[in-house]
Design a protein around this ligand. Structure first.
Ligand SMILES: [Zn+2]
Ligand SMILES: [Zn+2]
Length: 230
């Protein structure tokens, strides 16, 4: 089956462009000041901003919504978000997420105490607010959005063609043997979301940080954190 997911490196995080029947869906909006990166990618696809018909936000951290205000303004696309993230997107700032590992706990505590203002972004009003599963067929794409809380309360993942999954920060691919995220506000919820995700049996995963990876790496981490215990 033809894959139509394009990874766009947006500073320290990834955005993804999904090609649909009538235009593109953008997943996440990267760090602030990255609108030109999106523009270049659209040019490479012989497309422009008006071809984006939907922007899905996996969760509200400034590395995923930093350029959202500018991209929405230029594309006039609808912004979709989970109801649990809507208020934060309106506010224009968020707390730094809790660390799940020794080093990330330190980073998180320093960030929340000293650099709070760093997780800021231009506020945006979402157009489509979902509470549970959402079908993307109306947007010309064979796929659905599911609620995968844990990293944040309203984190969502996009499953395409029942095979590919764009997962935001629910899985991180920055370490060789694990995709466990270094930051998550609720680790019990996160592992419940992993169980839910695993049932879809997707073969490829597209994370907010790092490159795409296969089911084997996800399974290896599940073995460590769920089956084997920590
Ligand atoms: Zn995040
Ligand atoms: Zn992130």
């Amino acid at each position: 089956m033809k894959r139509t997911i394009i990874r766009i490196p947006m500073g320290k995080s990834n955005s993804y462009l999904i090609k649909g029947e009538d235009g593109y869906i953008l997943v996440d909006a990267g760090m602030p000041g990255k609108i030109e990166t999106i523009e270049r990618t659209l040019n490479d696809c012989n497309a422009n901003f008006s071809d984006i018909n939907l922007i899905i936000i996996t969760h509200v951290h400034n590395d995923h919504v930093g350029s959202l205000y500018d991209i929405k303004k230029k594309s006039k696309a609808s912004v979709l978000i989970h109801e649990k993230e809507k208020k934060t997107l309106n506010k224009g700032y968020n707390k730094f997420p809790d660390g799940t590992m020794f080093f990330s706990k330190i980073i998180s505590s320093i960030a929340n105490n000293l650099f709070f203002s760093k997780d800021q972004f231009k506020p945006v009003n979402a157009d489509i607010v979902i509470s549970d599963e959402y079908n993307l067929s109306d947007h010309g794409v064979d796929g659905r959005i599911i609620h995968t809380p844990g990293h944040t309360e309203g984190s969502i993942s996009v499953i395409l063609q029942d095979e590919y999954c764009i997962i935001g920060d629910t899985l991180f691919n920055m370490l060789p043997n694990s995709v466990y995220p270094p930051f998550a506000n609720d680790q019990d919820e996160l592992l419940k979301s992993w169980n839910k995700l695993r049932e879809y049996n997707c073969i490829k995963y597209y994370p907010g940080h790092g490159k795409e990876f296969g089911l084997a790496k996800f399974d290896k981490t599940i073995q460590k954190y769920i089956i084997g215990g920590e």
